[in-house]
Design a protein around this ligand. Structure first.
Ligand SMILES: [Zn+2]
Length: 277
C-alpha cells in the first residue's frame, strides 16, 4: 500500500498522479478501505492541501537547494520500519504518516525558536553580525560552505566572473558578495538573502533594523551570578516561556500550513479512537 501511495505522491505530472491515484483506488476498492479512501480524498487531495505534498506541485516552487532532504528520508525509513512491524491496517498507515508530519512540524518550530534565540557560536563571525538571529542557521551554514569551498582561492577552483545565477537559484549570497563583504570588513546584509531564509517577515525586520528580532526583554537589575558565569544553572523558566510564546506567535502568523496539518491530524486521531471503541 505504501509503495503505491508514494509512487502516486512522487508523480512528476498531474496526469500521472491522477492515473496512479486511480490505480491506488482500484487496488483498494474493497469495502474495508472505503473510509480510508474517502479520508484521503477529502482531507489530503483537496486543491488547497494537495499542493503541500504532491511532487508535481512541490517541484514547481524554487527549491533553494533542498532537492533531497535527509529529514524526509529518515522519516521515510521510520515509516517503512514501523509499517513492516505492523500489519499495516489502513488507519494505522495514515495515523503513522500524520504523527510523522506532526513530529516534523514541531521539530521545525523548535529549530526556528532556537535559531532566533541562541545562534550557535560558529555564527559569531563578522560576516553574520547584522543577520544572525534574523536569517536561518541553515542559510548561514551554506555561506560558510561556499566560503570554505572557494577560499583561499586556488588555481584548480578559480572564482569566475559573477553571473548572478547562484544567487538567483538559491537566494543566498554568492562567493562574489561574500568576498566583497570580507574585503570591506563588514557583515552580509539581509538584502542578500531571499525571504525564504528569513526567520521573520522582512517587513518586520525592516521596521526594527537596529534590534535583533527576539531577545528576552532587558532585566532591570541583574541579581546573583554575573553574565557569562560558567556554572550557569539550566535555562530559566522565563526563557522557556518566551520560546513558547514565540512558537505560539509563529503558529498564529505564518504557520498556516502546519496548523492545518495539526488540525487534520487531531481530527484523524479522534476518529481513529472512535473506531476502536
Ligand atoms: Zn556572484
Amino acid at each position: 500500500m505504501l509503495q503505491l501511495w508514494s509512487q502516486a505522491v512522487q508523480s512528476p505530472t498531474k496526469t500521472l498522479f491522477e492515473s496512479r491515484w486511480r490505480a491506488f483506488k482500484r487496488a483498494y476498492r474493497q469495502p474495508m478501505y472505503k473510509d480510508l479512501l474517502q479520508y484521503i480524498e477529502e482531507e489530503w487531495l483537496q486543491e488547497d492541501t494537495r499542493k503541500f505534498f504532491l511532487a508535481y506541485y512541490t517541484n514547481t516552487y524554487p527549491h533553494f537547494g533542498q532537492i533531497s532532504t535527509s529529514r524526509v528520508e529518515s522519516a521515510h525509513r521510520r515509516l517503512k520500519k514501523d509499517l513492516e512491524s505492523s500489519q499495516s491496517e489502513p488507519i494505522r498507515v495514515v495515523t503513522l504518516i500524520n504523527s510523522i508530519i506532526e513530529a516534523q512540524y514541531t521539530k521545525a518550530q523548535h529549530q526556528h525558536a532556537d535559531n532566533t534565540l541562541r545562534p550557535p557560536p560558529r555564527y559569531r563571525h563578522l560576516l553574520f553580525k547584522d543577520i544572525v538571529t534574523k536569517v536561518s542557521t541553515y542559510a548561514m551554514q551554506k555561506v560558510i560552505e561556499t566560503m570554505n569551498f572557494y577560499l583561499p582561492e586556488r588555481l584548480d577552483k578559480p572564482i569566475k566572473r559573477c553571473t548572478g545565477s547562484y544567487k538567483r537559484s538559491l537566494g543566498l549570497p554568492c562567493i562574489h558578495q561574500i568576498q566583497e563583504a570580507l574585503h570591506d570588513n563588514r557583515s552580509l546584509g539581509l538584502e542578500e538573502f531571499h525571504d525564504q531564509w528569513l526567520l521573520v517577515p522582512r517587513s518586520r525586520l525592516l521596521a526594527h533594523p537596529q534590534r535583533p528580532y527576539i531577545y528576552p526583554p532587558p532585566k532591570k537589575q541583574q541579581k546573583g551570578r554575573p553574565r557569562g558565569a560558567l556554572n550557569q544553572p539550566k535555562k530559566s523558566t522565563k526563557q522557556d516561556l518566551s520560546e513558547f510564546e514565540h512558537t505560539n506567535q509563529l503558529v498564529e502568523n505564518g504557520g498556516e500550513a502546519g496548523v492545518e496539518v495539526l488540525r487534520r491530524s487531531k481530527r484523524l486521531q479522534s476518529s481513529a479512537a472512535q473506531r476502536k471503541e
